[in-house]
Ligand binder design. Structure first.
Ligand SMILES: Cc1cc2nc3c(=O)[nH]c(=O)nc-3n(C[C@H](O)[C@H](O)[C@H](O)COP(=O)(O)O)c2cc1C
Length: 177
């Protein structure tokens, strides 16, 4: 059940030094390609990276929140073409979360690394840094990198009492039940 997966899912940033099997990589790729997108335009492109040197270079895409990628065995760089869809950000975000949830379903840990709108330390953008590393064509923007691997940290799902139920209204705003 998806809801059970959501109850236990967390962002994982520490990984075992163990590669992700090809069958699991294939399932993650398949899931990404099955992501819903506005009008079915599928504006995304996914770059699957397992090369440790490239992962190390990607981990330097931005000054904060990406360094753990250097110790991950796998990453999916989620890109999209803004000329294909005006809502490519939504489409690429949905695909990113599908990758994250599929990884969890396969017993893997993963974490979204935000790239869009993030600067690289050189003054260019994190996305431009990545475009150079991966030889991306000019039409593609990078939305995120999802770092993936076998978890080397244990995190409990968010407890029921932490859910912000006050952020939900029924029928009209502010009506809480
Ligand atoms: C849009 C978005 C951007 C995120 N960017 C980063 C990031 O750059 N680096 C990072 O370590 N975690 C990032 N995260 C993971 C969040 O920090 C994490 O989801 C949040 O703290 C809640 O923790 P949980 O996923 O374990 O419930 C991002 C998550 C989302 C949805």
């Amino acid at each position: 059940m998806l809801v059970e997966l959501l109850r236990t899912r967390r962002s994982i940033r520490k990984f075992e030094k163990k590669p992700v099997e090809k069958e699991k990589v294939d399932q993650i790729v398949e899931a990404a390609l099955r992501s819903p997108s506005s009008r079915g335009f599928n504006p995304w492109h996914f770059v699957v990276v397992a090369d440790p040197e490239t992962l190390g270079n990607l981990s330097k895409a931005k000054p904060h929140g990406a360094s753990f990628l250097k110790d991950a065995p796998l990453a999916v760089v989620v890109c999209a073409d803004p000329s294909v869809s005006d809502v490519w950000v939504e489409d690429a975000s949905i695909a990113s979360i599908i990758v994250h949830l599929t990884a969890a379903d396969l017993g893997l840990g993963s974490c979204w690394i935000q790239i869009r709108k993030r600067p690289h330390e050189s003054g260019t953008s994190a996305g431009e840094h990545i475009a150079g590393l991966l030889n991306l064509p000019e039409n593609l923007e990078v939305e995120s990198i999802v770092a993936i691997g076998y978890p080397a940290e244990e995190k409990k799902g968010h407890p029921e009492e932490s859910l912000q139920r006050e952020k939900v209204s029924f029928e009209i705003y502010g009506k809480t039940e």
